[in-house]
Design a protein around this ligand. Structure first.
Ligand SMILES: Nc1nc2c(ncn2[C@@H]2O[C@H](COP(=O)(O)OP(=O)(O)OP(=O)(O)O)[C@@H](O)[C@H]2O)c(=O)[nH]1
Ligand SMILES: [Mg+2]
Length: 631
């Protein structure tokens, strides 16, 4: 691994750790000042845990033999001193391979037998069931043996034609082309591989997804509906010696281009163009032309297209040949990864958590300020009383009584409004709930299951899409209404009772709505492609529908979590302020009553209030420290 990537990931980890530390400090502050609240703390800790668990996925997608595995070796595993992942002519990586590091477990390769395709279970489910996987331990003391163990990723097996058909592994080119001389068909031995490898970048949350070529991609909808669209960046490889072929373009258009994640095109194998007998300048110009053509064909900005030689990069690193390494062209790509991809992800990730923390901290800061404001006001009032006669005190007490009554009327209205808002919040959450989505799916699914015709399937999918769309739109409107409602309520308190202004955050579900829309587009394209709807593909359809459903469920559940957090963030501060203001008024009235009964009390009350102001200042300073420590 290069120093550049290492530094970037170290910064990323440091920033994340600072955020997690701030969350812990905030919990400690809350425990001290507001009492321990298990639920509240758990919520905050969940946020910290999510930050620690978060991953950045970089997917390598291309037709076979473009050099995906070689590039992964060169970028991440050159310090092994040899080629770690198998990379060879023809089809090599036979199954999608997810490479990550989980220090809880010893390094290992886990393989899911291809026969698991016969079951209805999704990959996501199967990942949670270790018994379904064949596990190969990778001895940390004997790294030299790892490449041999990883040869398993290339394994195929020969099965009779009907078995291959039953597994849905015959590609669209027709059965004859798949047949071997003995009438059997070679299919991948494994459906998916999980590779747990110690590595600082992987430990910091980077996940690499190495995929096989076109046909294998299409046969695993979870890969194309979920893993690739949800990856943070997709590296799309082409080979300089073949140029952009039809199947390259098909992969690009079907599985990469239409998704919104970050795309990088790599024109690999430029060493095949190196030629001692041609001027270097001419060769460079040739490569430059190919890069421009690639950018134009793929409609990518030039900065996202890289010409390089993965093989020379690996060799340069292994042999510590700086000149070859520089010539390989891999360094600018690493720079993009280090300076753009990783920081961009870091921004998104930390932004959400930061935003949440900043919102909470600001809420508490505002409350402390409000309290300090009220106490000071009252203190001034009391200080003006010293040496004054009883009548004055009495008059003040009467005023305080009236103010309290007036306030109680507003507070009572607020209680009713709040109950109403909470009911609306529950309705909103119910709209996005699992139960609600299940009902929606139950309505659409029978239609899909039985409608194996293009029209039937498309119709059912479209109804599902429209319904899902409508629900997100409704959720957005409900969130908007609640926000307005709360805003008006806050305004009333500001105008009638001198509250300081409050901000009500907005609910933003756009990300989830976009994800649903993308899913719907995906489904429509699937339905439009006649190759997907022939009878033999029934099981493909079922798998595809299961993939769509799974993604929809995930999207709804994330949207519901976001909504729940927003409701808390929007309602809690105003509720607390209303309660606290009542306390202030009660205290004021109580003080005046006591002073009326015994004028001596005045001095001691004033002293207590000064002390309270000092304590408030101290708490505020602690909160400010936490806020300043945020990354
Ligand atoms: N000349 C040259 N050959 C390369 C380069 N990168 C990869 N290759 C070769 O191209 C062949 C395919 O490389 P792989 O890394 O297996 O390609 P892949 O995209 O992972 O292919 P599949 O696993 O089959 O999908 C191997 O023989 C590599 O040695 C390169 O930069 N230059
Ligand atoms: Mg490969």
């Amino acid at each position: 691994m290069t120093a550049l990537l290492e530094q970037e990931i170290a910064d990323y980890t440091a920033r994340r750790d600072r955020l997690v530390d701030a969350i812990h400090a905030f919990i400690h502050w809350l425990d001290q000042h507001e009492g321990v609240d298990g639920d509240r703390n758990l919520r905050l800790l969940d946020g910290a845990e999510a930050l620690r668990r978060d991953r950045l996925t970089l997917a390598f997608v291309a037709e076979y033999s473009r050099g995906k595995s070689e590039l992964i070796n060169a970028l991440f595993f050159a310090d092994h001193g040899h080629r770690l992942l198998p990379s060879d002519a023809g089809r090599t990586t036979m199954c999608p391979t997810e490479i990550f590091y989980d220090p809880q477990e010893e390094p290992c390769l886990r393989l899911l037998p291809i026969e698991s395709r016969l079951t209805e279970e999704t990959l996501a489910h199967l990942k949670l069931k270790p018994v379904e996987w064949v596990k190969l331990r990778l001895d940390p003391e004997d790294r030299a043996a790892w490449p041999q163990a990883l040869q398993k990723l290339r394994e195929t097996k020969r099965v009779p034609l009907p078995a291959a058909r039953a597994l849905g592994l015959l590609d669209a080119r027709g059965e004859d082309e798949n047949l071997a001389a003995d009438g059997g068909v070679d299919i991948p031995a494994w459906r998916y591989a999980l590779l747990n490898l110690p590595h600082p970048l992987l430990e910091a949350g980077l996940v690499l997804l190495d995929t096989p070529g076109l046909n294998a991609l299409g046969s695993e909808p979870e890969l194309t509906l979920s893993a690739i669209p949800n990856a943070h960046a997709v590296m799309f490889l082409l080979a300089a010696d073949t140029g952009v072929t039809r199947s390259d373009l098909e992969i690009w258009q079907k599985y990469v281009h239409k998704h919104v994640n970050f795309h990088i095109a790599v024109l690999n194998k430029i060493d095949t163009l190196w030629d001692e007998m041609r001027p270097a300048e001419e060769i460079r110009a040739g490569i430059e032309r190919q890069v421009q053509d690639t950018a134009r064909i793929l409609k990518l900005p030039l900065e996202q297209v890289f010409a390089l030689s993965a093989r020379s990069a690996l060799l340069g690193r292994v042999k510590q040949d700086a000149e070859l390494l520089a010539r390989s062209g891999v360094l600018p790509l690493e720079s993009l990864l280090a300076h753009k991809i990783i920081p961009a992800r870091r921004e998104i990730l930390c932004h959400a958590a930061l935003h949440d923390m900043e919102g909470r901290l600001a809420g508490h800061q505002a409350r402390l300020a409000e309290r300090a404001h009220q106490v000071s006001r009252h203190l001034v009032e009391l200080s003006q009383l010293s040496g004054k006669n009883r009548d004055m005190v009495q008059q003040l007490r009467d005023e305080a009584m009236k103010e309290k009554e007036r306030y109680e009327a507003t507070a009572e209205r607020f209680r009713q409004l709040r109950a109403q808002i909470l009911r609306q919040g529950e309705e909103l959450l119910a709209l996005l709930s699992k139960e609600n989505l299940s009902a929606l799916l139950a309505d659409a699914m029978p239609g899909m299951e039985s409608a194996w015709t293009t029209g039937g399937l498309t119709g059912a999918m479209r109804r599902l899409a429209e319904e899902a769309h409508e629900r997100f739109a409704r959720a957005g409107r409900m969130g908007h209404n609640i926000q307005h409602f709360l805003h008006d309520t806050c305004e009333r308190f500001v105008q009638m009772h001198g509250f300081k202004a409050m901000q009500v955050p907005a609910l933003d579900l756009q990300r989830y709505r976009q994800r649903m829309e993308a899913l719907v587009r995906e489904a429509e394209e699937f339905c439009r492609d006649p190759a997907n709807l022939v009878l033999e593909k029934r099981f493909m359809i079922r798998r595809f529908v299961a993939g769509v459903v799974q993604e929809a469920v995930k999207t709804y559940s994330l949207a519901a979590q976001e909504t729940d957090r927003w409701l808390q963030l929007a309602i809690t501060p105003i509720t607390a302020r209303v309660r606290e203001h009542k306390q202030v008024l009660d205290e004021r009235l109580d003080n005046l009553k006591k002073i009326l009964a015994n004028a001596e009390v005045l001095q001691s009350r004033m002293l207590e209030m000064k002390q309270e102001l000092a304590t408030l200042k101290q708490s505020r300073a602690e909160l400010d420290d936490i806020a300043h420590a945020l990354p």
